[in-house]
Design a binder for this molecule. Structure first.
Ligand SMILES: [Zn+2]
Length: 329
């Protein structure tokens, strides 16, 4: 279980939640959305624990001491229901939602709220999402459903329209930097935050996993393919054994920066300011329409990542195309 935490950039969200409690209008369905690495789960757990707690503190936080908080900490609170994809599965299927509907037909076991966490809501498959609507259409006694999603575009409009929305956005740089300092992330903070698109938890994860050497290696492979010095098929074979989604994300960010370099944007606006000199050189010999073409292919590949795509083949196709565009074919 993710420990509940309220991060410094979530204070206004917490204040809003506190208002809900004071005014006794806790939403029946609350959708927390925002990019990966902004702490959606931690915030949701903080809300849940506070709703279940018997002796909330004046700022609406849970006490951490009462019998309900202890049950929550032990993951055995009967009125906290976590709905996530089962291990090894990418989706939340209809069976899990049917089970949920049966549970919700019963009263909560304690006198406080009951909390259902749908985590993440964009993993409900179609049948499950349709069945889940029933939970939202017929509000259940003292029940708050919290849904988490990275992007609203993957959720059916019927679900969206029934939820109160709370959007997490990336914090100001100084707030993110201060928090990263507390996590002992000292070196390369700016670069890590850029790579994480401003999401502090993701930047911290990148720092702990020491991803920068891999990124440097992949970038140099990519340049050497462009220079005709490396074979795209060999590199595809090497890459698909690594962190595939991360490498794909880097390719997208490099291509995006190529387009920006073409329009001579300022360094500060690049995702990869440290790579600007090499990117600028590439732009000097590529055609803009080819860069867009490559970028479109990358986006299509990313969409297919959710399905059973052959990742080695995906890299082969992308890198062969990349090689051809650089040879002017
Ligand atoms: Zn408590």
């Amino acid at each position: 279980m993710i420990p509940e935490t309220i991060f410094p950039w979530q204070q206004s969200h917490w204040n809003l939640f506190n208002q809900y409690l004071i005014q006794n209008r806790v939403p029946q369905a609350l959708l927390i959305n925002g990019a990966k690495g902004l702490g959606k789960q931690q915030l949701a757990y903080s809300f849940a624990k506070a709703l279940l707690c018997n002796q909330r503190l004046p700022n609406a936080q849970s006490c951490g001491q009462c019998s309900r908080c202890k049950l929550f900490n032990a993951k055995t609170h009967p009125d906290f229901i976590n709905v996530s994809p089962e291990e090894g599965s990418k989706i939340i299927g209809i069976d899990r939602i049917r089970e949920l509907i049966i549970t919700l037909a019963l009263k909560p076991q304690f006198e406080n709220y009951r909390v259902v966490l749908i985590n993440p809501a964009d993993k409900l498959n179609n049948a499950a999402a349709n069945a889940f609507l029933k939970c939202l259409e017929e509000p259940n006694e003292r029940t708050c459903v919290i849904l988490l999603a990275e992007s609203l575009s993957k959720l059916p409009a019927t679900i969206l329209s029934r939820c109160q929305k709370m959007t997490l956005t990336k914090p100001k740089r100084e707030i993110a930097n201060a928090w990263l300092n507390q996590q002992q992330v000292i070196e390369n903070k700016t670069l890590l935050l850029n790579l994480a698109q401003g999401a502090p938890l993701l930047a911290n994860e990148y720092a702990k996993a020491n991803i920068l050497p891999l990124r440097q290696q992949c970038f140099s492979d990519w340049l050497n393919i462009a220079n005709g010095q490396l074979n795209p098929i060999e590199i595809a074979e090497k890459w698909y054994k690594q962190q595939v989604s991360l490498i794909l994300f880097w390719l997208i960010s490099w291509s995006c920066d190529l387009i920006k370099c073409f329009y001579q944007t300022q360094t500060i606006n690049l995702y990869n300011p440290d790579l600007q000199i090499s990117l600028q050189e590439l732009v000097g010999r590529l055609k803009l329409k080819d860069i867009y073409h490559f970028y479109d292919n990358l986006l299509q590949s990313r969409q297919k990542m959710d399905s059973q795509i052959n990742q080695q083949l995906m890299f082969e196709e992308l890198l062969i195309l990349w090689s051809q565009l650089n040879q002017g074919n």
